[in-house]
Design a protein around this ligand. Structure first.
Ligand code: ASP
Length: 332
């Protein structure tokens, strides 16, 4: 006979706000969450205009950066963001650590957990690694890129840049062009941009566009001419390190740049151009476009700092639910 499950009082209550202790995917966020984080980032951006840039906000907190893949922008900006908020920071790279000696991610997480960090920022080549760290430590976990899956803080800093430069996101048309197949940035950005009311078209050769990507809410075009219609052209790096050996995604890099490279004659004057970095100049983007006044690439890097300050602050002040903006404005 089927068991009758007795109702308990809490089941009769409306569900409370979900517990969002980590930032693992853009799918964890609501539009309100994104708006709050962008608002916080704007506040921090103003605070950085002062001569003394350090805020006492996270004094006594510990942030551990755990990077299993190379990184320049993401690792440096998380480190600086934590320092600007007066947290103690420890940065561990896979090379030169016990990971070299074969330590599993679970054991590394348990080891780091013994220091009671408040936040662990992790980049890892495998999808799901941040979730594993969240299981084995009591810290808030921030995904700084897991394989081809997600890179949520990149998408947030891109939203911040677009909002600052174009005055808003709702109704904009963004073309994401290139190696979508291997790009966690593309996945996070499609979700983040559509969440905020933008229209997204992914553009690239069929072997580099994952089948079924439309379920994320974007359109697909296999013609490079499609970028002309967009307000923003978001160029992706050709991720050679993730391409399977022997697989022929494109005939050659030369052929790729001739047919799909973002060159000056393929963009309109006034069209904004973005790239998450690192750039392969002359492959997916022509140096003339990368260095033009309409390129927002350096502004993206600048946005990375304030957005990561906002994410750390938000997680450490009662999770993303109750943030006291007035408190930061007071010290800013
Ligand atoms: N830096 C970005 C990432 O880590 C983009 C790239 O590597 O092409 O995903």
């Amino acid at each position: 006979m089927a068991q009758v499950h007795p109702l308990i009082k809490s089941e009769l209550l409306p569900p409370g706000p979900p517990e969002r202790r980590h930032l693992i995917s853009i799918a964890d966020l609501t539009r309100d969450d994104v708006e709050r984080l962008l608002g916080l980032a704007r506040t921090f951006s103003r605070s950085l205009e002062r001569e003394v840039k350090k805020l006492p906000t996270l004094r006594g907190r510990t942030v551990v950066n755990l990077f299993y893949e190379s990184s320049t922008r993401t690792s440096s900006s998380f480190e600086l963001a934590a320092k600007r908020l007066s947290a103690d920071v420890m940065s561990i790279k896979a090379t030169g650590s016990a990971v070299d000696k074969g330590e599993s991610l679970k054991d590394t997480a348990l080891t780091i957990g013994a220091y009671d960090p408040d936040v662990v920022v992790i980049r890892h080549p495998h999808i799901g690694a941040p979730g594993l760290v969240a299981r084995y430590t009591a810290a808030h976990v921030v995904n700084a890129g897991d394989g081809t899956h997600q890179h949520p803080t990149q998408a947030l800093l891109d939203l911040f840049t677009i909002e600052e430069e174009l005055g808003g996101i709702e109704g904009l048309h963004v073309a994401i062009v290139g190696d979508v197949l291997h790009s966690r940035v593309a996945r996070s950005n499609i979700q983040a941009l559509t969440l905020m009311g933008a229209r997204v078209t992914v553009v690239g050769p069929p072997p580099l566009i994952p089948r079924g990507i439309e379920v994320l809410g974007c359109e697909v075009s296999y013609s490079i001419d499609a970028v002309r219609a967009a307000d923003v052209v978001y160029v992706l790096r050709m991720q050679r390190e993730r391409m399977l050996e022997g697989a022929n995604y494109v005939p050659s890099l030369r052929e790729y740049s001739a047919r799909w490279g973002v060159t000056a004659d393929r963009v309109r004057p006034g069209q904004k151009v973005m790239h998450p970095g690192p750039m392969n100049r002359g492959v997916e983007i022509d140096p003339e476009v990368a260095d033009a006044a309409d390129a927002l690439i350096e502004r993206q890097v600048r946005a990375g700092l304030v957005v990561r300050m906002a994410v750390l602050y938000d997680l450490l002040t009662h999770g993303p639910i109750e943030v006291k903006v007035a408190e930061i404005e007071e010290v800013a």
